[in-house]
Design a binder for this molecule. Structure first.
Ligand code: HEM
Length: 500
């Protein structure tokens, strides 16, 4: 018997065509979002965004403002998704009362769906956040700050060597190596030493640059990045670079070992994520995370905690180096607070430097070049966002650049002006700094991130006379793949050690 008959085939095609036509007509004229403006093709299917991002290589960071200029403050980006440009929308979406779910279509791209960042539902994320929160608390970071300081020291050694060899240093790659090393040390008590790679060209850092665009594809095509971690050791194929594979194996072997023999945690040099994740008391009678969930969490923390800090550190350094007057004041302040080079101040001292440090770091974070929109799903009863009622089930988002670069929130928003954080408006500015997101799904690593940024910026600008490499002064042009990836020239500088 033939598997297909010709009439059956045509009937199937006709059904698909009829269904697709109905979907298009429904999306354009009957969908609850049909009255919101935006490109007609975007209203019909997510394929339009997929085409712009994957085929045309457009960055959402450029596309969103372009669409807002054309269509106004609310744009329908996809059949069920709206993006808002009015900064008033930010607090309506990302505030502490809103226990809204995340958007499955975006987060599935990570294949980390049983991790803090990957849980779609607030209730699951809350349980995991409660378990991890003590490790990432300010008290814990203050206790473990030497881990960060050690990685700053290693980075500074590398900068000094590169200068001695007559070379400028790639500060984009240097920051990336540093942040990977910190997460490896802090979360897993593993010494990875990406920072020791020649010219900071660590395989794992280069590989993660290459992998990030796959997240964009994963938004539309489903996850295929995550399978890298599951390929069994004996398969022996070269997944990504050898270093990427080695890192995956290192993390997976650690989980295997700890699950097989929880007592092995005693060997860790300090408290790591698995002490918390496998602590029955912390779970209050709920089951402990599965091995898969531990793996998701390990990968998620590495991803969430490394690129972000590195991009922030690069952005801050870029603006300091392109504003010599700010750099001079920063160095002067550091020299006063840190007079003897060998006597490195603790983080508590650095973070309180009243003027420039705080202002420079905060203003640098405000200038963060990309601001993924981090969509949330409006609950069934709907919600009012920036004065407009939005039906339940709608995916809504606002990239934080809409706040950071709004003249209504920050005057002269495209200029790097650290002093804006020193005057009377500082408190209001603080409330508008959205780089770590806001609300119950905001960044769990904020204390660690600040410790890294203060320690790193202070360490580099105090220990070196840093001058831009005039031939490669860098630019901050990015493509947004959830986290931004610098696509322009990397920032490079000569780091000449100072003697006192
Ligand atoms: C300057 C550095 C950092 C920036 C700008 C940053 C930014 C963010 C943002 C915007 C979110 C919200 C994501 C979302 O809505 O899905 C987030 C969440 C998160 N961040 Fe960070 N982050 C930084 C550093 C870190 C570090 C060092 C860690 C820890 C290792 C970390 C761990 C997390 C986790 C686990 C979440 C998920 C929270 C949740 O969904 O409940 N981040 N971060």
């Amino acid at each position: 018997m033939a598997l297909f008959s010709l009439p059956g085939f045509f009937a199937a095609i006709a059904t698909i065509l009829a269904y697709s036509t109905w979907r298009i007509v429904y999306s354009l004229y009957f969908h609850p979002l049909s009255h919101f403006p935006g490109p007609k093709l975007a209203a019909c299917s997510r394929l339009w965004l997929a085409y712009r991002e994957i085929v045309r290589g457009h960055s959402l960071g450029d596309l969103r403002p372009e669409l807002h200029r054309q269509y106004g403050e609310i744009v329908r980006l996809a059949p069920n998704e709206l993006h808002f440009s009015n900064p008033a929308a930010y607090n309506d979406i990302y505030n502490h009362k809103n226990k809204w779910d995340k958007d499955y279509l975006l987060y599935r791209a990570f294949d980390m769906d049983t991790s803090t960042i990957g849980f779609i539902h607030y209730s699951n994320a809350k349980q995991r956040r409660d378990v991890l929160a003590p490790l990432f608390s300010r008290t814990s970071i203050l206790q473990m700050q030497s881990l960060v300081q050690e990685r700053v020291d290693v980075l500074c050694d590398a900068l000094a060597h590169q200068f001695a060899a007559g070379k400028s240093s790639d500060l984009v790659l240097g920051s990336r190596c540093f942040s990977v090393d910190v997460i490896m040390a802090f979360c897993y008590a593993k010494n990875w030493d990406a920072t020791k790679a020649p010219d900071f060209e660590s395989d794992i850092v280069l590989a993660s640059h290459a992998v990030l665009p796959l997240f964009t594809a994963g938004k539309y095509l489903g996850n295929f990045v995550g399978i890298m971690g599951y390929i069994p050791k004996w398969f022996g194929i070269n997944v990504g670079s050898p270093a990427t594979r080695a890192l995956f194996l290192l993390l997976r072997d650690q989980i295997d070992e700890i699950v097989r023999n929880p007592g092995s945690l005693e060997n860790a040099s300090h408290k790591i994520i698995y002490h918390s994740l496998l602590d029955p008391d912390a779970h209050k009678g709920r089951p402990l995370p599965s091995k898969l969930s531990l793996w998701h969490e390990a990968g998620a923390l590495l991803a969430a905690g490394s690129d972000t800090t590195a991009i922030s550190a690069t952005t801050i350094s870029y603006h300091v180096l392109h504003n010599p007057e700010v750099q001079q004041r920063l160095v002067k302040e550091l020299r006063t607070a840190w007079p003897v080079l060998e006597e490195v101040p603790r983080y508590e001292v650095l973070e309180k430097l009243p003027l420039l440090q705080t202002a420079v770091v905060k203003e640098g974070l405000r200038m963060f070049p990309g601001g993924a929109a981090l969509p949330r799903v409006v609950p069934p009863d709907g919600a009012t966002i920036a004065g407009t009622f939005i039906p339940g089930g709608t995916v809504v988002g606002q990239c934080f650049l809409c706040v950071h670069r709004s003249p209504a929130v920050f005057s002269d928003p495209d200029a790097f002006i650290p002093d804006r954080w020193l005057g009377e408006g500082a408190k209001t500015h603080e409330a508008s700094l959205a780089v770590f997101s806001k609300g119950p799904r905001s960044c769990i690593g904020i204390n660690l991130a600040y410790c890294e940024l203060y320690t790193l910026i202070a360490g580099v600008f105090r220990r070196f006379d840093v001058t831009l490499d005039a031939k490669r002064p860098g630019d901050l042009t990015i493509v947004e793949h959830f986290a931004p990836v610098f696509k322009g020239q990397h920032l490079r500088a000569y780091c000449k050690p100072v003697s006192d």
